[in-house]
Write a protein that binds this ligand. Structure first.
Ligand SMILES: [Zn+2]
Length: 217
């Protein structure tokens, strides 16, 4: 990537996206150069009060997020803290409205959990069709079938992972978003999109339910 050229572009949105991408690149460099994170620790002390994509420490963007990039809370934490519904922004591709949708955490996660358990053997480390081509919701306003897609924030650390999981819309992410997730969750970030979508789903399921139910990767 030509960083200087990207940052020189005038659009604020492009600049934000470039910053996220630049921070991600920096994170990759940091993890390569300091395998034990020894060198990164000093940086984290200096930046304790602000977000630091290089160390993976952030202000949690949602009540169901932790202070680590791409790491979400467990189901036990959520239910213990009365977080039973999670929300996320969607945008209609037809009428262009942006609005919030919500999911019941327990029932939706159980539904996905059952799907994973029943199909795990047939996945062969690749996302099934249902995950690659999400069954997008119908627009609440204009009725466009499969018309709304999740809004992906320009700042990648604010990507609403639990919302994407529960809505089974992880497949809406681009390859770079998925690589970003995998890099912060110690997964191999190489491979085709169906491999990375699979890893993202299974990793999120393991984060939410870490007891071993979703161990095979
Ligand atoms: Zn609409």
């Amino acid at each position: 990537m030509d960083l200087k050229l990207s940052l020189a572009l005038p659009s604020a949105a492009t600049a934000a996206a470039s910053t996220a991408a630049a921070a991600y690149e920096l994170h990759l460099l940091s993890s390569l150069r300091t395998p034990n994170n020894l060198g990164v620790r000093q940086t984290s002390l200096r930046r304790r009060k602000c977000n630091s994509p290089t160390t993976g420490r952030i202000e949690p963007p949602y009540p169901w997020s932790t202070d680590r990039i791409a790491v979400v809370h467990t189901l036990h934490y959520l239910t213990s803290n009365q977080i039973v519904t999670i929300t996320g922004e969607v945008k209609c591709q037809q009428c262009r409205r942006i609005y919030e949708m919500e999911y019941d955490v327990v029932s939706k996660f159980n539904e996905i959990g059952r799907f994973v358990e029943n199909k795990m053997e047939s996945f062969r480390d690749r996302a099934p069709k249902e995950w690659m081509q999400p069954n997008y919701p119908t627009c609440r306003f204009c009725g466009a079938e499969k018309g709304v897609k999740p809004v992906i924030p320009k700042e990648w650390e604010k990507i609403n992972w639990v919302f994407l999981l529960l809505g089974e819309m992880v497949g809406a992410l681009r390859l770079n978003h998925l690589k970003y997730f995998c890099s912060y969750t110690k997964n191999h970030r190489t491979g085709s999109k169906d491999r990375l979508v699979y890893l993202t789903y299974i990793t999120l399921c393991r984060q939410i339910h870490p007891s071993g139910r979703f161990t095979p990767i």
